[in-house]
Design a protein around this ligand. Structure first.
Ligand code: GNR
Ligand code: NI
Length: 172
């Protein structure tokens, strides 16, 4: 397993739409292991392939409590087939937008269809933090970030801050 580096805004790779995975093979399983290692190391509770520069439709998650056993989950070609009318608000963060947190409102429950690590078809109904995370990660696969749900003023402010940091990092 290899830890990969996580891409941050304003890198345009984060705005790309990822392509479906045609076959779930050893290469994809190795990639999912690398993604889990990278996510746990960060640490984070989710990671989409595009965040490590791989434009494939897959993400990993683990929303288990810190003191509970690990519950790694891998979602390949995920599709939300139902969303509740009920909404819920969570304070979200993103490994691609370090140390920035804001409340985001999303459907409280979703049903998601996906392929697992063996290529088997799965469907789960999620609520709570898991539902929020699934939607946050699926957005990444479509080039969307949680700051897109905020006011233009807040989004512009955070984009500007990170653009400035990136510029300074190049010079250093
Ligand atoms: O680690 C993460 N925490 C988090 C908290 C609330 C809502 C979503 C997330 S996902 C985030 C990791 C990440 O950036 N995944 O794309
Ligand atoms: Ni994210």
């Amino acid at each position: 397993m290899t830890k990969r580096s996580i891409i941050t805004i304003p890198d345009p790779v984060l705005r790309e739409v990822c392509a479906p995975i045609e076959t779930v093979d050893d290469e994809i399983r190795a990639l999912s292991d690398d993604m889990l290692e990278t996510m746990y190391d960060a640490p984070g509770i989710g990671l989409a392939a595009s965040q490590i520069g791989i434009l494939k439709r897959m993400f990993v998650l683990d929303v288990a409590k810190e003191d509970a056993p690990k519950e790694p989950m891998v979602f390949i070609n995920p599709k939300i087939v139902w969303s509740s009318e009920d909404m819920s608000v969570y304070q979200e963060g993103c490994l691609s937008i370090p140390e920035y947190f804001e409340d985001v409102e999303r459907p409280a429950e979703v049903t998601v269809q996906f392929l697992d690590r063996e290529g088997g078809e799965q469907e789960i109904k999620a609520d709570g933090l898991l539902a929020t995370c699934i939607q946050h990660e699926l957005d990444h696969l479509n080039g969307k970030l949680f700051i897109d749900y905020l006011s233009k003023l807040k989004r512009d402010r955070v984009m500007k801050k990170f653009a400035k940091q990136a510029k300074l990092a190049v010079k250093a």
